[in-house]
Design a protein around this ligand. Structure first.
Ligand SMILES: Nc1ncnc2c1ncn2[C@@H]1O[C@H](COP(=O)(O)OS(=O)(=O)O)[C@@H](OP(=O)(O)O)[C@H]1O
Length: 446
């Protein structure tokens, strides 16, 4: 048996049939490998050529306007806890996330009304409205921003890249909590809302948004279309929406998440629910108004109560109940703020939330504004008195709380009360008396 065997040029592909001892067999393996190398080489080079052609085709066919991969943050997807993610009623997807939307020219950026240079505060120290700072492991690392991001850290200015900006202020709730008046006020101070839809709410982060992308979201906030550079997304459906904070995490860089400030104004739940009922009634039929169609408020409320009582009552007042009975845009759990905030705070650092009651905001508007301005990085802005009163949506049949029977108002109050108690325990700076039974007007049956 020779030490080596070279393929004969005369019989290049004839199989070898040899009797081998152990040593020869081990050598023979190399011979076979070398014999097959040609085939493998041919296969590999063919595969590489095909791959090359595909890459060239892909780059040629990619539509103009889609960002390159480097401009899209690839971030870890937070694990979704037990239970299906709830949805919300405003199932509106406003534009294709693939191509940039067009913006109405009528939405000119408002002028900046800030008295001095804006400066972003270090994590806020406002004992009245802000919960204590989070533990260190709660605060996410802040690596260097990517090269193509304008690194503007001052004041409320957004981080912009590739022509779009990531807002730094989010009014996430509560729906019917006076968020439009609050937004209008901040707009009068130079903040800018999304350049689509109603100019206030993007509805982009909610579970109903199809294929949200960083590009699609930031281009609702186009660079150079806001004189102050301070962008807000004021979508109040985000607070009860399971998906919203998860999507926001997917679309943002760690730095952008660190700059984000979440403003939450919570309205007494019975009043909030009635306002949301009136809102849908006032529109006289709309894509998300089905829930109130043909129902009086007492009928609607009883229906919501029954659904709530039948949905995992054994889970009591718990996160699990909220997860298992997701509020699809209405009902008792839609006004249960405690588990909603807990979900958000599992994903975003606690120190970045500004939480207040609507009633407090309206009755202590100067104090509220001072604290809010500091929180969002415009502490030098002049505090102008009073909030505008917008979005009252008056219509002939508008139901007032004082016209409702005390039996109904008390029953509703009792349904929300244990959720409110949890909220007050977790945020002792909130005032339980503002939401007490005595604060709710009603008509006694006797
Ligand atoms: N300044 C002032 N004083 C008293 N009440 C006020 C004020 N600003 C807003 N509101 C009331 O807030 C309700 C609208 O809330 P939102 O703007 O958050 O609604 S929405 O979710 O954006 O549709 C809506 O409540 P209802 O009137 O009960 O429907 C508004 O009247």
């Amino acid at each position: 048996m020779p030490d080596s065997y070279e393929e004969s040029s005369e019989h290049p592909r004839e199989p070898l049939v040899l009797e081998l001892n152990g040593t020869a067999a081990s050598k023979m393996r190399f011979l076979c490998v070398s014999q097959r190398a040609d085939w493998i080489g041919i296969a590999l080079s063919t595969a590489l050529s095909v791959l090359g052609i595909l890459v060239v085709l892909f780059r040629l066919l990619r539509p103009v306007g889609i960002p390159s991969e480097q401009s899209v943050a690839v971030l870890p997807y937070p694990e979704r806890p037990l239970g299906t993610p709830p949805s919300a009623p405003l199932a509106i997807h406003f534009f294709s996330p693939v191509m940039p939307p067009t913006y109405p020219t009528s939405l000119a950026p408002p002028s900046l009304d800030l008295t001095t240079t804006l400066s972003r505060p270090s994590p806020p120290h406002m004992p009245y409205l802000i919960p204590p700072p989070p533990s260190e492991q709660n605060v996410k690392a802040d690596p260097d921003p990517p090269d193509n991001v304008t690194n503007r850290q001052d004041g409320c200015k957004a981080v912009c890249s590739n022509g779009g900006c990531m807002p730094t202020v989010y009014i996430i709730g509560s729906q019917k909590g006076g968020t439009t008046s609050l937004f209008d006020h901040l707009e009068s101070k130079g903040f800018c809302g999304p350049r689509h839809n109603d100019g206030k709410e993007s509805h982009y982060l909610m579970s109903t948004s199809e294929h949200p992308t960083r590009y699609g979201y930031t281009h609702i906030f186009p660079e150079h279309q806001c004189a102050s550079g301070c962008w807000i997304d004021a979508t109040p459906n985000d607070l009860p929406n399971w998906q919203s904070p998860i999507t926001l995490t997917e679309l943002t860089t760690p730095r952008e998440r660190q700059l984000a400030r979440f403003v939450v104004v919570l309205r007494e739940p019975v009043a909030r629910d009635l306002s949301w009922f009136n809102h849908r009634k006032s529109l006289g039929g709309c894509s998300y108004c089905g829930g109130v169609s043909g129902l009086s408020y007492p009928e609607y409320a009883q229906k919501q109560l029954r659904q709530y009582e039948n949905c995992h009552p054994s889970l009591g007042i718990s996160d699990a109940r909220f997860e298992m009975c997701p509020p699809f845009g209405e009902g008792i759990l839609y006004g249960a703020y405690w588990p909603q905030l807990r979900h958000w705070k599992k994903i975003m650092p606690e120190s970045q939330f500004f939480i207040a009651q609507t009633e407090w905001m309206l009755h202590h508007d100067r104090d509220f504004k001072k604290q809010l301005y500091k929180f969002i990085g415009i502490e030098h802005a002049a505090v102008t008195p009073d909030f505008p009163h917008t979005n009252a949506l008056a219509y002939p049949g508008k139901v007032s709380m004082s016209s409702l029977s005390c039996d109904l108002v008390h029953t509703l109050h009792d349904a929300w009360d244990p959720w409110n108690k949890k909220l007050f325990e977790e945020y002792p700076f909130l005032e339980s008396k503002l939401w007490s039974l005595a604060s709710l007007p009603c008509t006694s049956s006797g």
